[in-house]
Design a protein around this ligand. Structure first.
Ligand SMILES: C[S@@+](CC[C@H](N)C(=O)[O-])C[C@H]1O[C@@H](n2cnc3c(N)ncnc32)[C@H](O)[C@@H]1O
Length: 297
């Protein structure tokens, strides 16, 4: 489960390569993921959209990436997902706010890729609340629905009125990314370190981890940032590995696993990781974080 640095025009603080080079660069990671992935495993790649430089025309990089991952690396597209982030701010300002010639871009493509055509998956584990109509139907199925053969030839039958605890989710996921104050955010503020600028909401990795893995399975984030994925995997009883290029992000991400540390101990802990020490996290999580200069067990 990962969200790489995006091929955006506006440079983020963690750097971006040019869009064409970017695809080649990311493809190399794709090859490694493919070679390490379990046969029934999945590779979930969250890619934000982007505009071409200086013109109100979209880049096709996320679609090119998908096609090359399938054609050249050998992944299958198990399903395409779309993550709608209703709290996303309008951008690019020039096309959306100033000239008003493009709509606000608030959907990321999330490619669910797999090594085989039959990756382990259970959508029954990620049910969503029933609609009001469905709730009424469940209260009194006979009143609302008479089983009949549909024009398509599908006989929906009585089973349709059974309460399964929730509806099957669609491939349009709606999670706001409003940056609520959790333990990570609070500790960064207390210690005075910058929070990671491009975190995804925990609900995004949670959906895929629950749907695609079981307890004790291994979840890996190759571009972990603040390690949202590791924290979610930990809370769901999965083993996890997180890789991040910048030691300062790794150091701050460890705050996710230290409950109730005071400012001084958090600061000392942060510094030890930055200094490249291999540090044991007091709560003993089920995973490992790796930075270039050190690691956290
Ligand atoms: C979009 S952010 C991931 C944010 C993460 N999903 C979260 O919720 O915090 C991408 C991250 O990839 C990291 N990165 C870039 N190149 C990398 C590399 N070669 N190896 C590991 N991490 C890398 C960046 O430093 C950045 O933190």
């Amino acid at each position: 489960m990962t969200s790489p640095p995006f091929a955006l025009q506006r440079q983020k603080s963690y750097g971006n390569l040019d869009q064409a080079e970017y695809i080649d660069w990311l493809l190399e990671f794709g090859r490694i993921v493919h070679s390490k992935l379990a046969d029934d495993g999945s590779f979930v790649l969250d890619l934000g959209g982007a505009y071409q430089k200086g013109v109100p025309v979209r880049s096709l990089y996320n679609f090119r990436m998908l096609i090359r991952l399938c054609d050249e690396v050998g992944f299958h597209l198990a399903e395409e997902f779309f993550w709608h982030n209703p709290s996303k701010l309008p951008s690019p300002i020039e096309w959306v706010n100033k000239r008003k010639i493009r709509a606000k871009d608030s959907v990321n493509t999330v490619w669910w890729l797999s090594k085989s055509e039959w990756p382990k998956a259970d959508v029954g584990k990620v049910r969503v609340p029933y609609s009001d109509r469905m709730k009424k139907l469940l209260e009194d199925p006979d009143k609302f629905y008479t089983p009949a053969e549909r024009p398509s030839g599908h006989d929906i039958g009585k089973g349709f009125g059974r309460d399964n605890g929730g509806a099957i989710p669609s491939n349009l996921l709606q999670f706001p990314n409003s940056g609520s104050m959790g333990q990570y955010e609070a500790a960064c503020k207390a210690v005075g370190v910058e929070r990671h600028p491009a975190r995804f909401p925990p609900k995004l990795p949670k959906f895929f981890i629950e749907m695609l893995t079981d307890k004790d399975d291994l979840v890996v984030d190759i571009f972990a940032g603040s390690n949202t994925t590791g924290e979610v995997a930990e809370s769901l009883g999965r083993r996890w590995l997180a890789f991040e290029q910048l030691p300062e992000y790794v150091a701050a991400s460890a705050f996710r696993f230290i409950a109730g540390g005071d400012e001084r101990s958090l600061r000392a802990f942060h510094q030890r990781i930055l200094d490249g020490e291999c540090v044991d996290v007091p709560l003993g999580p089920r995973g490992s974080l790796y930075a270039e200069t050190g690691s956290v067990k």
